[in-house]
Unconditional design. Structure first.
Length: 126
């Protein structure tokens, strides 16, 4: 393929859900992701240009929890408090996992009620 230099942007990520109504409410109301549109068995959200595609896959090979998605936030403590206030269940509180060049990488992971785990990610001065 002439001119192809490699992949550089994720355009859409699918996430398996079992209860579409509950999942749409979680991603729209608790996480605050902009809702794009919905069809039977599918719902789409915009995560800063990357579409999050919720689906009730019928094929058994797709019926499993998703990969862990990491949402970048400016202030991880504020995001953690706000999401907890909206009913999001966190597995961990914000904590440092890596230190380099005068800064620390912080994470806090949460679940969506569908068996999927996600995380907040933020760089802070060390």
């Amino acid at each position: 393929m002439a001119g192809f230099t490699g992949l550089s942007k994720v355009g859409q990520i699918s996430v398996r859900v079992r209860d579409m109504e509950r999942a749409v409410a979680f991603y729209r109301d608790a996480l605050g992701l902009p809702f794009l549109f919905q069809y039977p068995g599918m719902a789409f959200f915009d995560a800063a240009g990357t579409w999050l595609y919720l689906t009730t896959f019928a094929e058994p090979e797709f019926d499993h929890p998703s990969s862990v998605l990491y949402f970048d936030v400016e202030d991880i403590e504020a995001a953690h408090r706000a999401l907890e206030g909206r009913g999001v269940t966190f597995r961990t509180t914000p904590h440092a996992i890596h230190r380099a060049e005068g800064k620390e990488l912080w994470l806090a992971d949460f679940t969506d009620g569908e068996g999927n785990t996600f995380a907040l990610r933020s760089w802070k001065p060390a």
